[in-house]
Write a protein that binds this ligand. Structure first.
Ligand SMILES: [Zn+2]
Length: 245
C-alpha cells in the first residue's frame, strides 16, 4: 500500500534541517521492521535509541513517535524517515528528492511555461493557497494552523524555484503574490509568527532579481500600480520600475 503523499508533500511539511536528518536516517537504513496496517505505517527507527514510530496513510502530519519531540506532538525526523520509507519502500532515494526546499532562489533560465507547465503552475499554486487558512481557534489548534501556513509558503517557494524567467512568469508570480497578500489582509489569517509576511518579503526580492536577468520583466511590475498591498513586499519592485522609466 502506498501513502497518499509523496516526497514533495513531505518536504513541504517540515523544516529543511528535519528533512535532511530524516533523509540521513533513511539512507543509512535506520528504518527497520517496516509494517503496513489498516490506516498507516509502523516501524522502529534507530536514532540515539530505538524509537517506535507510526505515521498515517493519508497525512504525513499525523504521526506518533516515542522520542522527546514526538511525545510533544512535533513532527520529528523519525516520523519523516518513516514517511519517506512508506513512499520509496526502501529503494534508493533520488538526488533531487534529497534536496531540501531551501530559500527562494532563481534557476536563471529564461523562457515561458508551455501549456502543460502552465497547468501545473495553476494547479499547484491554488493547492498551496488553500493551506493559508484562517485561525479560528481553539488555542490547541494554533500549532497545526501555523504548520499549515508554513506548508503553503514552502509549496509556493518550491513552485517559484522551478520556474523560468519571462514576462509571462513575472505576471503569474505577481498575481499569485497579490492573492497571498489579499488572503493575509482579509481572510482572518493570524500571521503573528511572520511566516507568510516573511515569505512575501522574500518573494518581492526574488521577483526583483528577474529584472536583473531579463530586464523586460520590469514591464510587468506595472501590474502593481494602484494595488493596495498590506505589506512592503512590492516596494523593491516599484523602485526598480521607477528607476527604469
Ligand atoms: Zn521521533
Amino acid at each position: 500500500m502506498f501513502p497518499k503523499y509523496d516526497i514533495d508533500k513531505i518536504k513541504y511539511s517540515v523544516d529543511d534541517i528535519t528533512f535532511e536528518k530524516a533523509v540521513d536516517l533513511y539512507n543509512n537504513k535506520k528504518v527497520k521492521n517496516f509494517q503496513f496496517y489498516s490506516n498507516g505505517f509502523a516501524a522502529i527507527v534507530e536514532g540515539t535509541q530505538k524509537y517506535h514510530v507510526h505515521v498515517s496513510l493519508t497525512n504525513i502530519n499525523r504521526g506518533v513517535c516515542d522520542c522527546y519531540l514526538g511525545q510533544n506532538g512535533i513532527l520529528c525526523k523519525h516520523i519523516i524517515a518513516l514517511g519517506i520509507y512508506a513512499v520509496l519502500g526502501g529503494t534508493k532515494m533520488k538526488k533531487e528528492d534529497m534536496e531540501p526546499i531551501g530559500e527562494l532562489k532563481l534557476r536563471g533560465i529564461i523562457g515561458e511555461l508551455n501549456e502543460e507547465e502552465l497547468e501545473w503552475f495553476k494547479k499547484k499554486t491554488s493547492e498551496a493557497l488553500k493551506y493559508l487558512k484562517p485561525y479560528l481557534g481553539p488555542s490547541k489548534t494554533w500549532d497545526a494552523n501555523q504548520a499549515s501556513l508554513a506548508k503553503g509558503c514552502n509549496m509556493l517557494t518550491d513552485i517559484f524555484n522551478k520556474i523560468t524567467i519571462s514576462l509571462q512568469t513575472t505576471e503569474l508570480i505577481i498575481k499569485t503574490l497579490l492573492k497571498v497578500d489579499k488572503k493575509l489582509s482579509n481572510a482572518g489569517i493570524d500571521d503573528s509568527n511572520g511566516i507568510v509576511g516573511g515569505f512575501l518579503e522574500n518573494a518581492g526580492y526574488f521577483l526583483n532579481d528577474f529584472a536583473k536577468i531579463n530586464p523586460e520583466c520590469v514591464k510587468k511590475f506595472k501590474l502593481l500600480y494602484k494595488q493596495k498591498t498590506s505589506f512592503d513586499w512590492d516596494k523593491p519592485l516599484l523602485e526598480t520600475l521607477e528607476n527604469t522609466i
